[in-house]
Design a protein around this ligand. Structure first.
Ligand code: HEC
Length: 104
């Protein structure tokens, strides 16, 4: 393989790696969770509320991070309070949201 081809392959690999972590949101993070917490469209919410509308800056959720049923509690609010859809507890979005709640 020529140096030029190797260079092109490295650039392409880097592009794919950063592309999937930013746009595909495969990696969970507190930052991603915080963004979701403030997003009124989270879970295809049918109303204009975000988690933050009722739990401003996470107020009242400081101890919820220790709750073993956290996924369920979050989904209850997503469906009941935000008229949205549940998030899969094993996937990066819910994991991020929980990481943010645990960081409070
Ligand atoms: C329209 C207001 C509203 C919205 C929007 C809302 N919640 Fe809630 N949430 C509540 C109320 C009220 C309670 C407590 C009563 C209950 O359990 O239903 C609660 C309870 C919770 C609890 C349990 C707290 C505890 O310690 O038992 C968690 C965790 C939580 N919400 C997270 C979220 C997250 C994450 C979102 C966004 C996906 C969200 N909530 C959106 C009103 C809301």
């Amino acid at each position: 393989m020529s140096n030029q081809k190797i260079f092109a392959a490295v650039v392409a690999t880097l592009f794919i790696m950063t592309g999937t972590s930013v746009f595909g949101a495969k990696k969970s993070s507190v930052e991603l969770g915080q963004g979701m917490f403030n997003d009124p469209k989270l879970g295809d919410s049918a109303n204009e509320s975000s988690c933050n509308s009722c739990h401003a800056s996470g107020k009242g959720l400081e101890n919820a991070g220790e709750n073993k049923k956290l996924t369920k509690l979050v989904n209850n609010c997503l469906v009941g309070q935000m008229a949205g859809e549940k998030l899969d507890g094993r996937k990066a979005p819910m994991r991020s949201l929980k990481m943010y709640i645990k960081s409070l």
